[in-house]
Design a protein around this ligand. Structure first.
Ligand code: UDX
Length: 429
């Protein structure tokens, strides 16, 4: 098949490389010449394990190409995926301006014949109908198309694996022909199929991200109880998670959820609920607890740090990504700087992104040990693997005082005590 993907972020680029690898001809449309050049030369721009190799393999095989042009790729395509960003507006609603612009471009470029237009961007209920209306109004006579919602569930850091072996593929459309095209396209990919209408597919995406965010906030809520009662949150959640109806996944407490999806999608589902007159108090509580998780860590640092020079390990919103959108680390660092703290930080891949966009003053260093050298305390903000079995005796000898604030519970409190650290983690005494 010939496929066009509009947008080359995590979803667009990973989807493009995977479908190209199956032998499809894939065009990817972007809007900056510099980025298009980098992508065509084999640089994926974003950091995602395995992506560079897959991109380069498919560029060499001439199955994937990147362009600014809409007309030619779309006129030749059986399927057009929209994967542009839908960032939150100030009121929490998703900003659909990029999706709408793209719908107009698609309308102008559609070929005669049948094209499926499928939105993989997370969009509020009814957006696919809006896309359909725009294309219908602006397309040339004789062109045939149908819209479909095909939401994406990949996680950053494991995006390729998630795309090749997903739990499920969701295909929502009012058109049987569109459903058939998408069912065929996804044949080489694992996972169960849910074939449904547009509204259900759109809602599945928001509901999926919101229930995972709810689990995380629930874990953080239980950590607040543990801190007041002397319980150990990891043991409590092990006990809870062994019930197969609940499971342990996404029940890890810490600094709250960040990234480009959960914060935005919970906000958007809230805004949708408010517009529809649905009670959104559960989602409001999820957001409130998520904020509280970060505030609690800030309080601990302010209260227990022996001085104001803090080393920070990890800046990305989670390990194995250079993505710093809604990273709890940066929220906390920002507040600490306002309170007069000095920050020396290390992250294995995200420092360049922080340098580009973070306004406050951070002293960036090249490794973990350099960060702790002469700092008053260490704050672990992201659970990168390289921090998990680090030489803690060396860390202790480099720190001015043996104090660690661990926002991700990567060490055992008992071991830390034996090593002589004052160790403040989440939901564990
Ligand atoms: C998420 C969804 O998992 C994915 O299906 C969707 O397509 C996009 O959004 P992603 O944002 O890449 O993926 O990361 P994920 O691994 O889900 O983590 C999101 C945030 O939750 C991170 O900040 C992470 O640190 C936090 N988290 C996750 C917890 O605090 N506790 C957990 O138990 C799990």
């Amino acid at each position: 098949m010939t496929i066009t993907i509009v947008g080359h972020g995590y979803v667009g680029l990973v989807t493009a490389c995977v479908f190209a690898d199956f032998g499809n001809q894939v065009n990817v449309i972007g809007h900056t010449q510099e980025k298009i050049n980098r992508l065509n030369s084999g640089d994926p721009i974003i950091y995602e394990p395995g992506l560079k190799e897959l991109l380069q393999k498919n560029l060499s095989a001439k199955r994937i190409n990147f362009t600014l042009d809409f007309e030619k790729p779309i006129s030749e395509s059986d399927i057009v995926f929209i994967t542009v960003g839908t960032p939150p507006k100030i009121n929490g609603e998703a900003d659909l301006s990029a999706v709408i612009t793209v719908a107009h471009e698609i309308a102008k470029s559609l070929k005669k014949g049948f094209t499926v237009v499928s939105c993989k961007s997370t969009v509020p209920l009814g957006t696919n109908k809006k896309i359909e209306e725009i294309i219908n109004k602006n397309k040339s006579a004789g062109t045939e198309f149908a819209v479909a919602s095909c939401p994406e569930f990949l996680r950053e850091g494991t995006a390729l694996k998630d795309t090749l072996l997903p739990d499920r593929i969701i295909i929502g459309s009012e058109s049987d022909k569109a459903k058939e095209v998408l069912i065929n396209l996804h044949k080489p990919i694992g996972g169960k199929r849910v074939i449904t209408n547009l509204a259900s597919a759109e809602l599945i995406k928001y509901a999926s991200n919101s229930i995972l965010a709810t689990k995380i906030s629930f874990a953080n809520l239980i950590s607040f109880y543990c801190e007041k009662t002397g319980g150990d949150v990891e043991t409590v959640l092990d006990g809870v998670g062994l019930d197969h109806r609940t499971g342990r996944n996404f029940l890890f407490p810490g600094l709250g959820y960040g990234g480009s999806c959960f914060p935005k999608d919970v906000k958007a589902l809230l805004a949708i609920g408010n517009n529809l007159g649905v009670d959104t108090s559960l989602l409001k509580a999820v957001e409130e607890i998520n904020k509280q998780a970060k505030e609690n860590m800030i309080e601990k640092i302010i209260k227990f740090s022996p001085g104001k020079n803090i080393a920070v390990w990890g800046l990305s919103f989670k390990p194995d990504t250079d993505d710093i959108r809604e990273a709890p680390a940066l929220y906390i660092i920002n507040l600490l700087i306002k309170k007069g703290f000095g920050i020396k930080a290390f992250d294995p891949v995200a420092m360049e992104n922080v340098k580009k966009s973070f306004k406050g003053n951070i002293n960036f260093v090249n490794d973990q040990y350099e960060a702790v050298k002469d700092s008053d305390a260490l704050f672990i903000a992201t659970e990168w693997n390289e921090f998990k079995q680090i030489d803690l005796n060396k860390v202790k000898s480099l720190l001015k005082s043996p104090v660690i604030f661990d926002g991700r519970n990567i060490y055992e409190p008992i071991t830390m005590k034996e090593l002589g650290f004052k160790y403040y983690s989440v939901g564990r005494i």
